[in-house]
Design a protein around this ligand. Structure first.
Ligand SMILES: *Cc1c(COP(=O)(O)O)cnc(C)c1O
Length: 311
């Protein structure tokens, strides 16, 4: 790896990752019409309650058919009205991307943007506190694992600040950490934590999930956004097959269920420890070969994705 120039033309894609063999087997089965209805709801309900654990919440969890971007847009469009103020805390591409999305739907976005090789720190929190007092945002956005930066933002303190300062909502993108690192929606005071199937859960890019706090459901009902990415149709959908929005995606949910089975069998603590150990090995191996890591010294490296500095 002495000459990086030969790698300069390597295309880098954001995924998907390899399928878990159990997920692949689940995908190859037929879940034809006789299996719709209540059977589907049982499977959906089981995946939903197991994702509650993965997302660290006792609140509601919904599962949608589509890439994670579906719930990212769905969350913002369902919680926000044009003119609302959003405080976006960004330490990378996805973090600052929330501000662009908020602006695209007519909101005012205030950005606390850190260099992309850093993670949320004391000084970030000070800037957040000042911005909250000055701009009174309705909602704060943040990203747990900043995939392109290979970093993992600590969110406890941000969540505590959100609560102390009385900001109504916190939305967290945990797409690249859910299933691979501890995600703690409730401990972070996060109203919506968003995840996808094709990163740490080793499934195809066709499912997304999201925790929804009771306060968030109230706000969503108030805003009344309608659209394919709207969240309202999913409220209570898990209880009634006749009310289930759209075609049940048996394949996607069955694959998620199979992947979750495998992770649960291994044990969540063991899964997290394995990812930490793998990432550490990866970082040490790279550094030994003279490759600089992208995250700054005092940033938190993600256990789920490793980013290097390409000269
Ligand atoms: C991959 C990713 C997304 C979006 O995923 P899609 O597959 O494009 O839906 C959002 N946020 C983060 C941090 C990601 O890594």
């Amino acid at each position: 790896m002495s000459d990086f120039h030969s790698y300069a033309s390597l295309p880098f894609y954001p995924g998907p990752v390899s399928l878990h063999p159990a997920a692949a087997r689940a995908l190859s089965r037929d879940y034809g019409p006789p299996r719709m209805g209540d059977d589907y709801l049982r499977l959906y309900g089981s995946v939903r309650s197991r994702l509650q654990k993965a997302l660290g919440t006792r609140e509601d969890v919904i599962l949608g058919t589509g890439e994670a971007m579906l719930v990212l847009w769905g969350a913002l469009k369902s919680l926000l009205r044009p003119g609302d103020t959003v405080l976006s805390v960004g330490t990378g591409v996805f973090g600052d991307g929330f501000a662009d999305m908020a602006r695209a739907i007519g909101c005012r976005a205030v950005c606390i943007s850190e260099p992309y090789d850093r993670t949320i720190s004391e000084s970030t929190l000070q800037r957040v506190a000042e911005a909250v007092r000055l701009h009174r945002p309705l909602l704060i956005t943040a990203v747990h694992c900043e995939t392109p930066s290979g970093t993992l933002n600590p969110l406890e303190a941000l969540g505590a600040l959100k609560k102390d300062l009385g900001v109504p909502f916190l939305v967290v993108d945990a797409v690249a950490s859910v299933g691979g690192a501890p995600v703690r929606a409730d401990a972070w005071n996060a109203d919506c934590v968003l995840g996808g199937s094709q990163k740490c859960l080793s499934c195809p890019p066709d499912m997304c999930c999201m925790s929804v706090s009771a306060a968030a459901w109230e706000r969503i009902a108030e805003v009344g956004y309608a659209g394919y990415d709207a969240l309202t149709p999913f409220r209570g959908a898990a209880e009634d097959a006749m009310r289930f929005p759209y075609t049940p995606n048996w394949w996607g949910v069955a694959a998620l269920s199979a992947a979750l089975n495998a992770l649960e069998e291994e044990g969540w603590d063991a899964v997290f420890a394995r990812n930490e150990a793998t990432a550490k090995l990866c970082r040490e191996g790279l550094v030994r070969r003279g490759v600089a890591l992208w995250p700054a010294q005092d940033a938190v490296c993600s256990p789920t994705v490793t980013a290097i500095s390409v000269p």
